[in-house]
Design a protein around this ligand. Structure first.
Ligand SMILES: Cc1cc2nc3c(=O)[nH]c(=O)nc-3n(C[C@H](O)[C@H](O)[C@H](O)COP(=O)(O)OP(=O)(O)OC[C@H]3O[C@@H](n4cnc5c(N)ncnc54)[C@H](O)[C@@H]3O)c2cc1C
Length: 355
């Protein structure tokens, strides 16, 4: 069912809790609703030619008080099993389904894959676009196909796993020519019936290895939830969009320069997180921790008017009072970027999308 609200309040549409108004909120349930909307002569006057598909707005920052365009949000939360064999189950998850609800249902069925992603806010559509990840798992590795509506061609299309070109918090849907053109309607996700716990990140190994072969997805989910609750703000209490910056991937030389700078500042680098990886150009790189760089630059627990960084996780910028404007957050982000660049020679890039 298509439902259109003009002058829709923004606050319920983003977890950062930024207030404002959108020209229109278009709630849709199916690809045929989208087709009706995009082929209706009223489309231009409702959207002014600008649309943004969102999930729970948990990775977005509204930087303007009035969003001049139409926000599209899916209301279909269905999860259906579409194929099954001895080793796997494939589920089709509609765009509006909350990722944590999917994780809960899959863990309840003893299916492996989504347990490490428990409690990440947002919808499965948002996760599909962002390639969300946590504790060594990424949703992209489980995605088999993505069903979309192409608003340019005005027809449904299916993208394969390879078409999605998944990378670190990245997919083809975040880039031209597909960005804001394809709207995710449903995602096919393959889960394993055979145990495949991923325990190498955080304290999962320490707390769960004693379970040995008896470990279940639910055990992992519960531990992930416990750990996340202790570290991150509850979005219903404090506005945030999760990690505000991406972890930078730098050359081995830049990594050495960070160590040198830290040593000159008398900072112990023995516990500095650094993981070997490959850069998008195919060269060897080192993934550093943006949180470590921000923390060691002195921003942990920083407060300024309505905004600040979260005391236990400085990578998370927060709307402390609930009254912050988007530009207060962007100003804080700009100051952090400039300070980290001055101290470490590394330019942080926002993971959060500015609108
Ligand atoms: C407290 C907190 C903790 C977080 N922890 C993590 C974490 O551990 N790991 C992690 O990866 N992320 C994390 N995040 C970030 C966020 O939860 C994810 O990026 C999530 O996938 C966003 O989903 P969403 O539905 O809210 O998408 P939105 O924020 O609404 O949108 C994100 C992007 O997806 C696009 N999009 C959404 N729906 C559609 C659709 N139907 N069709 C086409 N495009 C669409 C939007 O246009 C936008 O570009 C966290 C956020 C918060 C607030």
């Amino acid at each position: 069912m298509l439902h259109i609200t003009c002058n829709a309040p923004l606050k319920p549409l983003n977890t950062m809790g930024i207030d404002g108004t959108a020209d229109a909120l278009v709630e849709w349930g199916s690809a045929s609703d989208l087709h009706t909307f995009f082929t209706d002569p009223a489309y231009e006057s409702i959207s002014h030619g600008t649309i943004k598909a969102i999930g729970q707005g948990s990775n977005l920052l509204f930087t303007v008080y009035r969003y001049e365009g139409a926000i599209l949000r899916c209301t279909d939360t269905t999860i259906e099993t579409i194929a099954e064999d001895e080793n796997t189950a494939t589920v089709r998850v509609h765009a509006g389904c909350v990722l944590d609800n999917l994780a809960k249902q899959m863990c309840d069925k003893a299916l492996w894959g989504t347990e490490n992603l428990s409690l990440i806010p947002g919808t499965v559509a948002g996760a599909t676009v962002q390639n969300v990840g946590a504790y060594g798992a990424e949703i992209g590795t489980m995605v088999k196909a993505v069903h979309c509506y192409d608003r340019q061609e005005k027809r449904e299309v299916i993208l394969s796993h390879d078409d999605m070109a998944y990378g670190y918090r990245d997919s083809a849907l975040k880039h031209e020519p597909l960005k804001n053109r394809l709207i995710v309607v449903a995602t096919d996700i393959v889960l394993s019936k055979k145990p495949c716990p991923k325990l190498s990140y955080g304290n999962l190994h320490r707390t769960l290895s004693h379970l040995g072969d008896h470990i279940t997805p639910l055990d992992v989910r519960e531990e992930v939830i416990r750990t996340r609750r202790g570290k991150l703000p509850e979005v219903t209490e404090t506005g945030s969009a999760g990690s505000f910056f991406k972890n930078p991937v730098v050359s081995p030389r830049a990594h050495r320069q960070v160590i040198e700078a830290a040593t000159n500042m008398g900072i112990d680098t023995s516990t500095m997180p650094a993981h070997e990886t490959i850069t998008p150009n195919g060269e060897p790189g080192i993934k550093l921790s943006a949180a470590w760089l921000i923390d060691k630059s002195g921003w942990k627990g920083y407060r300024r008017w309505n905004v600040g960084t979260w005391p236990t996780q400085p990578l998370v910028l927060v709307n402390l009072t609930g009254y912050a404007a988007g530009i207060e957050i962007t100003a804080l982000a700009r100051d952090i970027i400039a300070d980290v660049r001055a101290k470490w020679g590394i330019t942080l890039t926002p993971e959060v999308e500015y609108l």
